[in-house]
Design a protein around this ligand. Structure first.
Ligand SMILES: [Zn+2]
Length: 278
């Protein structure tokens, strides 16, 4: 006999009934004080209910006793708050957005012979304000792996990319015919560099396009939140309901945070959000 399809859970029904249909962050809580899972949605209520129907999440649901939420005036505020809360609280069931203290990127520069590459580090270079950076990697090793992959795909020379020592016989790729010969003058260097640029294009890190901080404004039924950001970092959010700004903790203006960058880059570059300089 098939039993009721209703999924069993021990979640306080009042906490489910209280869930709003607007945007914000929701928090699955167990018996302890630490959250089990933190998520965001433009519709908190329907997103939480869809978690309850997801068989893969049965283990998390079984441990959940109540669900909390924090509303935001818009989606960007929800994304920023979610990223911050996950970093601060490391919930058991969140896989993403682990704090990476150090990041690397590939920096391009023009040398006499042609383009030159260097792997730079967020300790030495502000990744949000330095031009000609490509890719955000959690280590030098992963930046090099990416370059190796691009060399393979685009017939680039590993000596030119700085992945191999110079040799009079050319690079190893030349022998196995994966390099078109930029290292020995067999391929025109300008042509090689053009291919290099197009291979890197999708990885380009946008330079912060303002001279200082700006406010990103979200509004919902008269409720306004102003997110102050600078160099792709979220500094604080001012809320018209409280009349106060909640500062983002442990912020250093020189920091670069990959998650904030990824949240902010599209709305700012495409100007799909109201931006005010401050
Ligand atoms: Zn070569």
């Amino acid at each position: 006999m098939i039993l009721s399809q209703q999924r069993q859970h021990n979640i306080d029904p009042d906490s489910l009934n209280a869930l709003p249909t607007g945007s914000g962050v929701y928090i699955f809580k167990g018996q302890g004080t630490l959250p089990l899972y933190i998520g965001k949605s433009v519709n908190i209520r329907s997103r939480v209910l869809s978690h309850l129907r997801t068989p893969d999440e049965a283990k998390m649901i079984a441990q959940t006793r109540s669900i909390d939420f924090i509303e935001t005036a818009g989606e960007l505020g929800a994304l920023l708050l979610e990223a911050r809360m996950i970093k601060e609280q490391s919930p058991l069931f969140n896989q993403r957005l682990r704090r990476t203290r150090r990041l690397c990127s590939i920096q391009l520069s023009d040398k006499n012979a042609g383009l030159a590459l260097e792997i730079v580090d967020s300790k030495a270079v502000n990744l949000g304000t330095t031009p000609k950076l490509f890719g955000l990697f959690s280590s030098r090793h992963s930046a090099k792996s990416k370059l190796n992959e691009l060399a393979q795909q685009h017939g680039l020379c590993k000596v030119v990319l700085g992945l191999e020592q110079t040799s009079t016989r050319g690079c190893f790729g030349l022998q196995i015919k994966t390099c078109l010969g930029a290292c020995v003058g067999k391929e025109d260097r300008a042509q090689h560099d053009e291919r290099l640029l197009s291979a890197l294009k999708d990885l380009q890190v946008e330079v912060w396009p303002f001279s200082g901080a700006v406010e990103l404004i979200e509004e919902c039924n008269g409720w306004v939140q102003r997110h102050r950001v600078k160099n792709w970092c979220h500094l604080e959010t001012w809320c018209s309901k409280t009349g106060q700004a909640s500062q983002v903790s442990a912020f250093n203006p020189q920091d670069f945070d990959r998650d904030s960058y990824q949240i902010l880059v599209k709305p700012i570059m495409l100007q799909t959000i109201k931006i005010q300089s401050c």
